[in-house]
Design a protein around this ligand. Structure first.
Ligand code: GDP
Ligand code: IMO
Ligand code: MG
Length: 433
């Protein structure tokens, strides 16, 4: 196996960052393939924490090539901040980062429109609960063939022209949404900032597609890192409560410009329970004290926005859908330790809707809102040993939980994580083997 995709199985924040960091040991190239600074990954290595939004989570392994794929939407100022943060730690030397010239760029007006739409949506009870990082508006401009790309940052005249064109389109929208159309002075400031950012990023830019294809041709190990999760996929997720990119495994091929025949393995990441940030259906959500308990035990607050994540029991219909959408051949289970200390643990094994039992979410969002979870109850377990390195190091009831999920999801686990640190991991199977 030399080309592996890692993808979130549900609504994001499954612990992809930790798992990608672990798998990078065996990779030569790590490619982030979708989304932008809406993502937030927390890496904990020997007790030291690093939070990233744009750079691949393989960043903590010097000597590896970290690529931002053409399918991303990149906020250049956030990337520069992140780059500075990494370089202050001696990470991401010049030849270890490659920014795809075809990736799209997020500019202040994308974030402005995202925020105004959310404010208006909130008043009308129709908010998506986005991260307000400009993701939707940037992908909209891309689809409308008016987007600004990384390559434009390196050509000031073309950049200025495109930004003016964008604001010609968006000015009336901004006003309609209750905002103030940016003045020419503001626009000039944005252009100057973008040009300056482009100059600083220029040494890191290049043909990401070729770079990845060459690595694959040489037989190197390439790891694709998905952001968000399968159920936030624009085409197949819980639309309209989704992000604006292709988060499923297929997105890796699109972003890098490689064919699906090049992919050897797909690994899904699932938490031992479920979380969701923002609005949208979440049948196994726990409200009140039970939800608060999980949120506190799991530290479930967004790494990007700080918002409390909605928490609930593991949702097997949603997990099965993720497995199907991405063709996952194995799963990594994270945060098993968070469920420790409960007398029993529940798992949503199906939904009930109009007298029928469903093993996957219904496709209509209103139906999913009405779907009632069907639970199975399993015995709980006490504190897990953080130095567990073999599945037999876990208490019998924790093992039974893992085996039940494995059986009901129909996919074997390749890894079980029992704490945030790189070391707190039981490795069962190497996806590059
Ligand atoms: P990502 O967006 O999928 O990379 O996930 P996030 O980083 O947003 O959220 C996962 C959080 O859980 C991070 O704070 C991780 O440090 C933490 N984490 C990952 N695996 C484990 C685990 O097995 N146990 C615990 N307690 N925390 C974990
Ligand atoms: P990582 O990579 C969890 C959610 C937002 C919102 C919806 C649309 O850390 O798992 P957007 O800003 O993308 O237009 O918001 O998607 N969302 C995430 N939720 N983890 C993420 O990324 C997310 N990225 C976007 O909360 O509901
Ligand atoms: Mg996250």
């Amino acid at each position: 196996m030399s080309v592996v995709i890692v993808v979130g199985a549900q609504w994001g924040d499954e612990g992809k960052g930790k798992v990608v960091d672990l798998f990078t040991e065996r990779a030569d190239v790590v490619v982030r393939y979708g989304g932008g600074a809406n993502a937030g990954h927390t890496l904990v290595i020997d007790g030291k924490k690093l939070v990233t939004h744009l750079v691949p989570s393989g960043v903590c392994h010097p000597g590896k090539s970290c690529v931002l794929g053409d399918g991303m939407v990149i906020d250049p100022l956030t990337l520069l901040e992140e780059l500075a943060q990494c370089q202050a730690r001696g990470l991401l030397a010049h030849d270890e980062l490659l920014i795809g010239l075809g990736a799209h760029v997020i500019l202040p007006y994308h974030k402005l429109v995202d925020g105004l739409r959310e404010d208006r949506g909130a008043k009308q009870g129709r908010a998506i609960g986005t991260t307000r990082r400009g993701i939707g508006p940037a992908y909209e401009m891309k689809a409308a063939r008016r987007g600004v790309r990384v390559r434009d940052l390196l050509r000031p005249e073309r950049l200025a022209d495109k930004i003016h064109q964008n604001l010609d389109d968006l000015g009336p929208v901004i006003e309609h949404l209750g905002g103030t159309r940016p003045t020419e002075r503001e626009v000039q400031t944005w252009i100057a900032e973008a040009v300056a950012a482009g100059e600083r990023l220029r040494p890191y830019t290049g043909d990401a597609g070729r770079h990845v294809a060459n690595a694959i041709a040489r037989g190197q190990h390439v790891l694709f890192e998905g952001a968000q999760g399968c159920l936030l996929d624009l085409d197949h997720g819980t639309y309209p409560y989704v992000t604006s990119s292709s988060t499923i495994a297929a997105g890796a091929c699109q972003s890098a410009g490689i064919g699906p025949t090049q992919i050897d393995a797909v690994v899904g990441i699932t938490k031992a329970y479920a979380t969701r940030v923002g609005e949208g259906p979440f049948p196994s959500e726990l409200h009140g004290e039970a939800g608060d308990r999980l949120r506190k035990a799991g530290g479930e607050f967004g790494a990007t926005t700080g918002r409390p994540r909605r928490c609930g029991w593991l949702d097997l219909p949603a997990l099965r859908m993720g497995v199907r959408l991405s063709g996952m051949q194995s799963l990594a289970l994270t945060k098993l330790d968070v469920l420790a200390g409960m007398p029993d643990v529940q798992v949503c094994v199906a939904y009930k809707l109009d007298g029928r039992e469903l093993d996957e979410p219904p496709t209509d969002p209103d139906d999913l809102m009405r779907a009632e979870p069907v639970y199975t109850r399993l015995p709980g377990w006490g504190t897990l040993p953080s130095d567990a390195h073999d599945i037999t190091d876990l208490p019998a009831s924790a093992r039974a939980y893992v085996e039940t999920i494995e059986r009901m999801a129909g996919v074997p686990f390749c890894l079980v994580s029992v704490g945030p640190d790189r070391s707190e991991t039981i490795r069962l199977h190497d996806p590059f083997a």
